[in-house]
Each structure stands twice: as C-alpha cells, then as structure tokens.
Design a protein around this ligand. Structure first.
Ligand SMILES: NC(=O)c1ccc[n+]([C@@H]2O[C@H](COP(=O)([O-])OP(=O)(O)OC[C@H]3O[C@@H](n4cnc5c(N)ncnc54)[C@H](OP(=O)(O)O)[C@@H]3O)[C@@H](O)[C@H]2O)c1
Length: 251
C-alpha cells in the first residue's frame, strides 16, 4: 500500500540521509513533492541519492559541528524553507555500561541529542523569521521509552530518552508559534546501525520470539507516520511520541 501526502512547496531538511531510515525518509518526502535538503557526512552517498531523486539537494554536514548545522539550515532558507526538519542522524554502540567510556557516552549524546536540539533551534528560528510555523520530526527509539536489555546500550538509551522529553518540551514551548515538534520511536528496522543484528540468525530468532507481530519492521512501515507528521494532516498534534514497533513496548 502506498500512502501519499501533498508536500508540494515544502522544503524539508533530513539528517542521516546517507543510509537507513534517513535515506528512506528522503525518498518518501521527495516522492510526495517536497524539496529535500539531504544531510550526512558521506558526500558520495548523498550524490547517489540526488542522482536518483531530482528533488533531493545534498548537503555534507557533520551534525556535531555548529557551523555545518548553520550552513545546512541556511541552504534550506535559500530554497524557501525549512518547513520540515527530520532529525534522523544517529549513533549508538551496543556496549555494557561498565565498558562504555565517558568519551563514547558524550559522543552518543552529542550526535543523538545535542545535535537534535541545535538543529531544532536553528530551524525554528528560520521558521519564525519567515513568519510561519513548521514541523519538526525527531527520530527517537523504543530504547528512549524502555530500558535496553539484553542488548545493553545505556548511552544510546539515555540519548534517546532525552530526545523523547526534548520533543515534549519543544512541542509545548513552540506550540503557539505554530511549530509542531513530534517524534517517531521506531522498534527494530534494517539499517546500517542494525546490520550486524539482522545478519545474526540467533538475534533474529530472539526478535521474532519477542516481538508481538513476530517479525521486525520494514522501513516503508514508517511512511504513514512520517507523512502524517510532515504534513498539515497533523495540525493539532504536537509534543507527541508515536511508537512504531510491532507491539514491542506494549508487552
Ligand atoms: N534501525 C532501527 O531499528 C532504529 C530503531 C530506532 C531508532 N533508530 C534511529 O533512526 C535513525 C537512523 O538510524 P539508522 O537505523 O537508519 O542507522 P544508519 O543506517 O546507521 O544511519 C545513521 C545515519 O546517521 C548519520 N550520522 C551519524 N553520525 C553523524 C554525524 N556526526 N553527522 C551527520 N550525520 C551523522 C549517518 O551518516 P554519515 O555516516 O554519512 O554521516 C547515517 O546517515 C537514528 O537516529 C537511529 O537511532 C533506528
């Protein structure tokens, strides 16, 4: 089933655009008429995406660099936006807490949480300067809602928990400015981050056993929520976290 939305005239910024969910989100938004400023560090991947999708504008950006983030939002302003920001860049190592260095913990927070805050503020300022609102979609995780066990990754879980409550806080703070801030909390989906897990038959058997729907997600199963949040169809929806996890957190 293909879901559609009319995103003509919308300029969307998507981070994490070089692989996995972010790259898929670029394709979906572009296919629905949006001009997409696609951001990540790997220029070759962005160039491939832009060659495939004429509405995609690649922008090399390290989300931990304030200058890069400013340049990214400025690019969207040049194009008449941003109307939508999707914060999908992410990083997380599965390590036991006792073996996690403080550097790793800080790095995880920097990419997953601090950059989400920074880009949200920059996008919101640009939206306000243009005299209109917009929609910010943060990619959180089920691991921002429940503890991560037996796949231990406390830094990632802490960062995503931060994204969840940042979403609620910014959603309420900017509600009267017409800027909606929501999050998608995906369960288990194939991507580079989950590649090793998806290649491990024991891990997959564990997932199938523990997931109420009996299988991991497919990226296109996030399209409906993405298009809902990116479009005016969600005009009265803000500060919310929508979990798309095959029932994982409902157990
Ligand atoms: N897959 C899942 O099951 C799942 C579940 C819940 C939540 N999520 C979240 O979904 C989002 C996308 O992850 P994914 O699963 O699609 O993983 P992925 O394929 O590994 O993608 C991660 C993306 O983040 C970008 N990135 C990482 N560090 C960056 C940095 N410093 N600056 C700019 N970009 C950076 C990477 O691009 P470059 O390396 O080119 O910079 C890449 O495009 C993440 O926020 C992740 O936490 C995924």
């Amino acid at each position: 089933m293909t879901l559609t939305a009319d995103l003509g005239g919308t300029v969307a910024v998507v981070t994490g655009a070089s692989s996995g969910l972010g790259r898929h989100f670029c394709r979906v938004l572009a296919a629905n008429g949006a001009t997409v400023v696609a951001a990540a560090r790997r220029a070759d991947r962005l160039a491939e995406l832009a060659a495939e999708q004429p509405r995609v504008r690649p922008e090399v950006c390290d989300v931990t660099s304030a200058q890069d983030c400013e340049r990214l939002v400025a690019r969207a302003v040049e194009l008449g936006g941003p109307h939508v920001l999707v914060n999908a860049a992410g990083f997380g190592d599965a390590q036991p807490a006792l073996e996690t260095s403080i550097e790793n913990f800080r790095r995880t927070l920097e990419v997953d949480l601090t950059a989400t805050f920074q880009l949200s503020v920059l996008a919101a300022r640009a939206m306000l300067a243009a005299g209109r609102g917009g929609s910010i979609v943060n990619i959180a995780s089920i691991l921002g809602l429940v503890g991560s066990w037996p796949v231990t990754q406390s830094a990632y879980a802490a960062a995503k928990g931060g994204v969840v409550n940042l979403t609620r806080s910014l959603g309420t703070e900017w509600a009267r400015d017409g800027i909606r801030v929501n999050a998608i909390a995906p369960g288990w989906f194939p991507s580079e981050q989950t590649e090793a897990m998806f290649a491990d038959e024991r891990a997959m058997a564990w997932l199938r056993r523990n997931l109420p729907v009996g299988r991991p997600g497919q990226v296109q199963e996030l399209d409906g929520v993405l298009l809902l949040l990116a479009s005016p169809a969600s005009s009265y929806l803000t500060g919310q976290v929508i979990t798309v996890d095959g029932g994982w957190t409902a157990r």
